[in-house]
Design a protein around this ligand. Structure first.
Ligand SMILES: [Zn+2]
Length: 371
């Protein structure tokens, strides 16, 4: 949704309304628990993190401060008085926000590739970068440095990009994957933490290379016909923007056994349900309605083999998901606030504490300190 405050309200309303239907509750709770927005590729070393003790300040974002010559991503009050590092090291404070540490690392952890933890609480060892350009893809928003993932995700994206023209899609514009070492992000998503999530724009790649500046500034296009959070809203995709080619691309994206789920706006799920005329509707089970996701779709892979400590979600419920669950998503119920703020009343803002480093799996510390 366009308005985060409205989204919060809608989200609150949305948690209860299924008193009558256990199946639907299970389906929705599964998705709710793993809110998507709650990297053959050789790992690319970004700067030159060589041996431990060779941490270079330029590798870190400006939010990191130097303490005794050591980059420490903390606020001043958190640094013990008179702290002197005996040797260069990255000091990990378990109560500090994990995003400060992971957001500051701009190269991958040179370890065996492994997705650690769960999609919204974990990190990534041995991350690989999706090159910013391929024959049929271009990475957007390069300044964010979020084109990193488990190598299996990079392979998947390259395969999808290769097949895109076969379904009539010129090529992929790729949005956020993960930070070089995964973990919570400095802004945006709650998930995308373990290198298995990727956002793909619902806009085709143009027939030319976009400049760096264009990749920062070009806007994605919403598929919605209008706002969703008003009573009796027309909750459909806009037929002037949505095409069968969009549907064919998403079908191809879902029809890959590495994919666990794809998150799309409920209006897009509906369009896909209507699009598939054949009897092979199995792929639709993976297409999950969710908030937002009308500018891009969000692919989530299952834990790759060998990722010890990687936690899959429960598989999506059986069936194509085009029935009662979707009808609910397209009704006023999840979208229209029950108690809208009265005129002059400020909407309540709920502040969430950022996730502390301590909340992440223990192995994520080694991911931060590996050099
Ligand atoms: Zn996403």
């Amino acid at each position: 949704m366009r308005n985060p405050a409205a989204r919060k309200t809608a989200s609150r309303n949305w948690k209860h309304p299924f008193a009558g239907s256990a199946g639907l509750i299970a389906a929705l709770v599964t998705v709710a628990a793993m809110a998507p927005d709650a990297g053959a590729v050789t790992p690319v070393p970004a700067a030159k993190p060589a041996s431990r003790g060779d941490i270079v300040i330029e590798e870190f974002a400006p939010s990191v401060q130097l303490v005794a010559g050591i980059p420490v991503p903390v606020k001043k009050r958190d640094v013990p008085e008179g702290y002197v590092a005996s040797k260069p090291e990255l000091v990990l404070y378990s109560q500090l926000p994990a995003k400060d540490y992971f957001g500051a690392a701009n190269g991958p952890a040179p370890l065996k590739s492994r997705s650690i933890g769960s999609y919204a609480k974990g990190c990534l060892a041995g991350g690989a970068a999706l090159p910013k350009d391929g024959p049929t893809w271009q990475v957007m928003r390069l300044s964010r440095n979020r084109n990193w993932g488990h190598p299996e995700l990079i392979d998947y994206l390259e395969d999808l990009a290769k097949d895109a023209p076969k379904v009539g899609w010129n090529g992929l514009l790729v949005g956020d994957l993960a930070q070089p070492r995964g973990g919570p992000m400095t802004s945006g998503h709650a998930s995308h933490q373990i290198g298995l999530d990727a956002d793909i724009w619902l806009t085709q790649m143009p027939g030319r290379r976009l400049s760096g500046q264009e990749r920062e500034e070009v806007s994605a296009i919403s598929m919605l016909i209008g706002p969703l959070d008003v009573k009796n809203a027309d909750r459909r995709v806009d037929p002037r923007k949505w095409t069968d080619t969009h549907a064919r691309l998403i079908r191809r994206a879902a029809s890959d056994k590495r994919v666990a789920r794809i998150f799309v706006n409920p209006t897009i799920k509906k369009a896909l349900c209507d699009f598939e005329k054949s009897r092979d509707r199995a792929w639709l089970a993976k297409i999950r309605p969710w908030w937002g996701h009308h500018y891009h779709f969000h692919v989530r892979l299952s834990c790759p083999a060998g990722s010890v400590g990687c936690k899959n979600q429960n598989p999506p419920p059986p069936g194509d998901g085009c029935g009662a669950n979707l009808t609910y998503w397209l009704s006023d119920e999840p979208w229209v606030p029950k108690n809208p703020p009265k005129p002059g009343e400020k909407p309540k803002v709920v502040k969430k504490r950022p996730m502390a480093l301590a909340a992440l799996p223990r192995d994520c510390r080694s991911v931060l300190t590996a050099n």
